[in-house]
Design a protein around this ligand. Sequence first.
Ligand code: ZN
Length: 240
Amino acid sequence: MRVAVLSDIHSNLEALDAVLTHARDEGAEALWVLGDIVGYGADPHAVIERLAGNALLLGGNHDLATVGRFDIAWFNTVAATALRWTAQEVSESDRAFLRALEPRGDAPDALLVHGSVVDPVAEYVTGTHIAAASFDTEDFALCFFGHTHLPVLYRSDGARVRGFVLDDGETVTAEPRSMINPGSVGQPRDGDPRASYLLYDGDASKAVLHRVAYDVEGAQRKIRAAGLPAVLADRLALGR
Ligand code: ZN
């Protein structure tokens, strides 16, 4: 089965729709989302509507904070401003949807977390030492994670952990033991503004990273019109 693995959509409907279309064209039959469905962008309700009932979904720190399950004081001013806006914007059924999300889940042959295996909500896996702690915590073969908005592979051979940045079109063999981040759909931070996601083929034990161009200006216009901090619109064009 081919699975589209998405993370950090952040209320960016233009980016999500471009990725869903790309994934369908590539033959994806299922969808796993590693959290941070909302926060930052201008379309929390429409993004939730697209995903609800159609995917294996995790909640990230932004999703949990929107419904009071994670402390808003943890966030910087811009993120907190967007979270308060999001909490006002979502419907009662959106809130019920967000309240039901967990930051960790089990897929058929992979462990899914938003942050890390050590702390599924909030820890950023930004280097090999932090990844090593996750490998040591639990005996998983394959783990997909998000939260850093950077597409990357960490691989453990038992003795040491190595990290690899993933480029557009790169194929990763999902051999034990691996931790893979699909990058961010809605707010990439590696200097490439295109949406990022992974197409995982469990039968072939491989994953391919894809970057997808989308209507950045459309997403920016909505963020500005909503009165959200301008930096949230500006950064989409930079991929930072
Ligand atoms: Zn995020």
